[in-house]
Design a protein around this ligand. Structure first.
Ligand SMILES: Cc1cc2nc3c(=O)[nH]c(=O)nc-3n(C[C@H](O)[C@H](O)[C@H](O)COP(=O)(O)OP(=O)(O)OC[C@H]3O[C@@H](n4cnc5c(N)ncnc54)[C@H](O)[C@@H]3O)c2cc1C
Length: 251
C-alpha cells in the first residue's frame, strides 16, 4: 500500500456470505472514490484499541453498489477472521480512495487475454470481466481459477453468466490441486504452462504478438508462473515499460 495518509470512511455491511469455513464474501455500502476494475482498497477494524488494516481487491465492478470483497481466512488470520464474523449492519472502516496498478491500463492490446488466479485472487478478474473494456479490447478471454478442493470454487453463478453472455470468446478453466475432479485440470498453473497443458486445455497457444497475461493471488504461483512465461519469451510489465505480463501477489 502507498505511504499516503489513509482517509477512512465508515462502511456498513450489507451481507456476509460464507461459502466454506474459510471463504466468505462481504458486501459493504461505502461511499468510496471512483475506481478501476482490478484495484484494491483497504479495510480495517479497531481490534483491542488498534486499527488493523489490510488491502483487499474489489470484486464488484466500478459504478455498482455495494462494494463486494471475497476473503480467505488463513488459520489465525487476525483481520480476515474478524471480518468473517461481521453481520449485516455492522460497521467497517474503508479506505476512501481505492488504489493499485493491476488494471487493464497496464496491459497492451492483444488477441487473447489470460487471467490466471489462485483462490481469492480471482476477485479483480470477476470485477474486470463484468466491464465492457476487456471484451472491447480482446478477442478471447481465458479465466483460470486454481483452488485446492472443488468446493473452494466460489461464484459459479457469475461465471455461468459470463459464459452465456460471451459464448466461445470466454473460456473458464478450473484447476483443482488436491483431488481429481472431472472437467477440471488436476495440478498447478506454473507446471501447466511449462508442460503445454494449459494451452492444450484452452485450445489456444501462447504467442508474444497475441497473448497477454494477468496473474493474481498466491505469491508462489505468481512467481513460478512468471518464470514459466519468461521461459517462453514473455516479458513482465514494469514501471515505464509495457510487457506481456502484469501481476499482483497477495502476500
Ligand atoms: C493488493 C492486495 C490485494 C489483496 N486482496 C485480497 C482479497 O481480495 N482477498 C483476500 O482474502 N486477501 C487479499 N489480500 C491479502 C490480505 O491483504 C491479507 O493479507 C489477508 O486477509 C490476511 O490478513 P490477516 O490479518 O487475516 O492474517 P495475517 O496473519 O496477516 O496473514 C496470515 C497469512 O495468511 C496467508 N494469506 C494472506 N492472504 C491470503 C489469501 N487471500 N489466501 C490465502 N492465504 C492468504 C499468508 O501466508 C499470510 O502470511 C490482498 C493483498 C494485497 C497485497
Amino acid at each position: 500500500m502507498s505511504e499516503q495518509i489513509t482517509r477512512w470512511i465508515e462502511g456498513s455491511v450489507a451481507s456476509n456470505t460464507h461459502w466454506t469455513p474459510n471463504l466468505f464474501s462481504l458486501r459493504i455500502a461505502a461511499d468510496v472514490a471512483p475506481f478501476k476494475a482490478g484495484q484494491y482498497t483497504a479495510l480495517a477494524l479497531d481490534i483491542a484499541g488498534e486499527r488493523v488494516a489490510e488491502p483487499y481487491s474489489i470484486l464488484s465492478s466500478p459504478g455498482t453498489s455495494p462494494l463486494e470483497f471475497f476473503f480467505h481466512t488463513p488459520i489465525d488470520g487476525q483481520l480476515s477472521s474478524a471480518l468473517g464474523r461481521l453481520k449485516e449492519g455492522d460497521r467497517v472502516w474503508v479506505q476512501q480512495t481505492p488504489e493499485g496498478r493491476f488494471t487493464l491500463d497496464q496491459v497492451p492490446d492483444g488477441q487473447d487475454l489470460w487471467l490466471l488466479a489462485t483462490g481469492t485472487g480471482v476477485s479483480p478478474f470477476l470485477s474486470l470481466l463484468r466491464t465492457p473494456q476487456p471484451w472491447e479490447r480482446f478477442g478471447n478471454i481465458v479465466l483460470v481459477y486454481a483452488v485446492r478442493h472443488w468446493h473452494d470454487i466460489a461464484y459459479h453463478a457469475l461465471i455461468e453468466q459470463l459464459r452465456s453472455r460471451h459464448g466461445e470468446r470466454f473460456t473458464f478453466i478450473p484447476f483443482v490441486s488436491r483431488e481429481k475432479v472431472e472437467s477440471t485440470v488436476h495440478g498447478h498453473i506454473p507446471a501447466s504452462i511449462s508442460s503445454g497443458t494449459l494451452e492444450r486445455v484452452a485450445g489456444r497457444s501462447f504467442a508474444p504478438e497475441r497473448s497477454r497475461f494477468m496473474l493474481c493471488g498466491n505469491p508462489g504461483m505468481v512467481q513460478d508462473a512468471l518464470a514459466a512465461l519468461q521461459q517462453r519469451g514473455f516479458v513482465r510489465s514494469v514501471e515505464g515499460r509495457t510487457g506481456h505480463i502484469t501481476l499482483e501477489a497477495y502476500w
